[in-house]
Design a protein around this ligand. Structure first.
Ligand code: FAD
Length: 317
């Protein structure tokens, strides 16, 4: 079922979560146990992230380095198919521009269509770790908007080869990302929202936000979106902070602000367990206030760990 149908049919705030594929070489059992630990909260859907290739360097002879390209967390499409068949859950694979030509994107979408996945979250993806800036493939997409237009075209039966006749029109429900605290490359929030609006005009049906730790950031973002005429559902993304190190790593990696009250709670925590507790309590408070405000769904970034999300969901749903 499409995410938009879940949202339309919902009588109250829905619960959903995001998973990371396991590291290459690990099995799928960790994914199954995370899903099983969260099933009792009746998830409306499960997102599975996509991880692009990275460069690693190996010393071959004294001092000479050989560059290798590796994908450390493959398996997004397979996990989506496995979860939806085993648990009868709707899954949302993340599809990114980075590392894909248009042809490869088309083939991945055909795979998804054939395994019965009809939801996609379309993203640009980040730069390769060792490269400073995002670089599109020679025949790939530079922005999520361009990727979205490819999917929207396939939904009308238009594939890359104009000579294909009697093509199957796919029926993907399209989600995109939103940034309450602005995408880090955008010159300002207004410009970021103009591009977001273009995505909506071209076929995006709902938005999932980047994590935030201050609900006002989400509420302000929603108001600004509505002022700009962006009227699709905006699903807040939440992550319980779990280590002291995340006070700096989350702002560094996700370009988000930490409220001072949370910073003080974490800094004053006496043990690792106390830090986790502070993160969970903060997230419970955020989730309760968002639910009370009637948000369509609460989407949790689990980072592969079910327990903190289960504790929060138990308090909130
Ligand atoms: P875009 O919409 O392409 O925007 C990128 C920047 O360009 C923005 O500053 C925007 O304002 C600007 N812009 C947009 N369109 C245009 C245009 N046509 N011309 C000029 N400027 C433009 N990354 C992964 O690698 N894998 C994942 O699974 C993943 N999942 C995510 C899930 C969520 C909910 C979120 C919020 C992010 C996720 N990311 C993931 C991270 C995401 O890929 C990065 O934040 C990336 O830097 C931007 O992606 P985007 O789709 O927002 O890009």
């Amino acid at each position: 079922m499409k995410i938009t149908h879940h949202l339309e049919e919902a009588k109250s705030t829905l619960f959903s979560f995001e998973l990371l594929p396991p590291l290459k070489g690990e099995n799928i059992q960790k994914i199954h146990s995370t899903v099983e630990n969260l099933l009792e909260f009746n998830p409306a859907f499960v997102d599975v992230t996509y991880h692009r290739e990275e460069f690693v360097y190996h010393e071959v002879t004294s001092g000479l380095l050989q560059k290798r390209t590796v994908r450390k967390r493959p398996g997004t499409v397979g996990i989506c198919a496995a979860i939806s068949h085993k648990y009868n859950l709707d899954t949302v694979p993340h599809i990114i521009c980075g590392g894909f030509t248009k042809e490869e994107t088309e083939n991945a979408l055909i795979d998804l269509d054939f395994v019965g996945v009809d939801n996609v979250l379309l993203l640009r993806g980040d730069a390769i770790r060792s490269e400073g800036r995002f670089k599109a493939e020679a025949d790939g997409h530079a922005y999520a908007l361009d990727l979205l237009n490819q999917v929207a075209a396939m939904n009308k039966g238009r594939y890359l080869d104009p000579d294909l006749k009697n093509t199957n029109a796919t029926d993907f429900c399209i989600g995109v990302a939103g940034y309450p605290e602005k995408h880090f490359e955008a010159p300002n929030l207004e410009s970021d929202l103009r591009w977001l609006k273009r995505k909506v005009e071209d076929g995006a049906e709902y938005i999932i936000t980047q994590m935030f730790f201050d609900n006002d950031a989400y509420f302000d973002f929603v108001s600004k979106c509505r002022e700009q005429g962006i009227n699709i559902p905006i699903i807040p993304g939440l992550k319980p902070l779990s280590t002291k190190g995340q006070l700096s790593s989350l702002p560094q990696n996700f370009h988000v602000n930490m409220p001072d009250e949370l910073v003080r709670m974490v800094e004053n925590a006496q043990s690792k367990e106390d830090v986790k507790e502070a993160g969970v309590l903060w997230c419970i408070q955020q989730a309760k206030a968002l639910k009370a405000a009637g948000v369509p769904c609460l989407h949790f970034y689990t980072m592969g760990k079910a327990e903190p999300t289960a504790r929060i969901a138990r308090e909130v749903f």
